[in-house]
Unconditional design. Structure first.
Length: 336
């Protein structure tokens, strides 16, 4: 693609992403821990569906560029949000808890979604990855691996928003009601291992205590680190499923950007990059993710949802029950 054909679409996406960024700074958005990514996909969808006959052809190349190239670059830069030393702080038990939660959620999501609820494979995998790893960022990272479409991705993101927000309010209530007998630290581990979005983990943890919040973030970021191996596994399983349904073998999708993500984590772990530069890169990354989500929303045409039914939401309910209940049992078993 030539830069001249990319510029109009990229410029519009950037402008809408800026609006999403500004809205996320309002008091109501901050109190609910709603990230710019969420506002980005909503604004993008409103714009995309209000245009008669769809988006102008002049914007198409730029919007596609944002949903693919900028998205993958943003996932790579996401590595600046974690270091290997944070993972080491968890110990073997904490790491095992995260691995079991991520693996269990993905397997349950695939089985219930594809086999029982008959949700299409791409949507089922994206709903499961959003619940298992890091919310909306995991959903959009999974999209190219499972060859998802914009409306499928948007449906998966909606489940993350609904149940991630619900978790942010539910977990502190459960702690204060003393229904779960855990110390603040252990409850922080539980939150980090079972709540969808990073922002929701922060909100739920800090609502319990600063100590619980700090612990929850470390556990959550270790789940984020599992994004790369999870994408490889999802790609392999999704490829097998497609081959079984179509009878033809397809090349194994290799998410190379996932290796870039691990490389950036390794770089960030060395401490070579100055702290001020890391913070700046985190801000750039957040804006790039917001652009990707905005572009995704612009490509989401509401009438494509008609044939999907409530399957993705039912799947999200099952995974939510698993995260709350299964997460509690595994945390009690491994941490206390």
């Amino acid at each position: 693609m030539k830069s001249s054909t990319l510029f109009p679409g990229v410029a519009v996406v950037a402008a809408l992403a800026t609006a999403a960024w500004l809205i996320s700074g309002f008091d109501f958005a901050e109190s609910l821990r709603l990230s710019p990514l969420i506002f980005g996909i909503v604004i993008g969808a409103l714009v995309g569906n209000s245009a008669p006959g769809g988006l102008p052809a002049s914007l198409s190349d730029g919007v596609t560029f944002c949903t693919k190239r900028i998205l993958r670059a943003a996932i790579v830069l996401y590595g600046f949000k974690i270091t290997f030393s944070q993972v080491a702080e968890l110990g073997v038990e904490g790491l095992l808890l995260d691995v079991l939660m991520v693996g269990g959620t993905l397997c349950l999501g695939a089985f219930v979604g594809i086999r029982l609820l008959r949700v299409d494979r791409a949507t089922a995998w994206m709903v499961a990855s959003g619940a298992a790893i890091c919310g909306a960022a995991a959903v959009i990272a999974t999209e190219p691996v499972v060859k998802g479409k914009s409306h499928q991705t948007a449906a998966a993101v909606v489940t993350v928003v609904v149940f991630g927000t619900l978790s942010m309010f539910l977990y502190p209530i459960l702690y204060r009601a003393e229904l779960f007998e855990m110390s603040e630290d252990v409850f922080g581990v539980y939150i980090g291992a079972s709540v969808h979005e990073v922002a929701h983990v922060v909100g739920a943890g800090e609502a319990v205590s600063q100590q619980a919040g700090a612990t929850a973030v470390i556990v959550k970021m270790t789940r984020v680190l599992l994004l790369a191996p999870a994408l490889l596994g999802i790609g392999w399983l999704a490829n097998r499923g497609r081959a079984a349904e179509g009878g033809a073998s397809a090349p194994l999708p290799v998410p190379w950007f996932a290796f870039g993500f691990i490389a950036v984590v390794a770089l960030n772990s060395t401490g070579i990059v100055p702290a001020s530069a890391v913070e700046a890169l985190k801000t750039v990354d957040n804006f790039m993710l917001t652009m990707a989500m905005t572009a995704l929303g612009m490509n989401t045409v509401f009438n494509k949802f008609r044939g999907m039914g409530l399957g993705p939401m039912y799947l999200a309910v099952v995974l939510f029950v698993w995260l709350v209940g299964g997460g509690y049992l595994l945390t009690k078993l491994l941490i206390t």
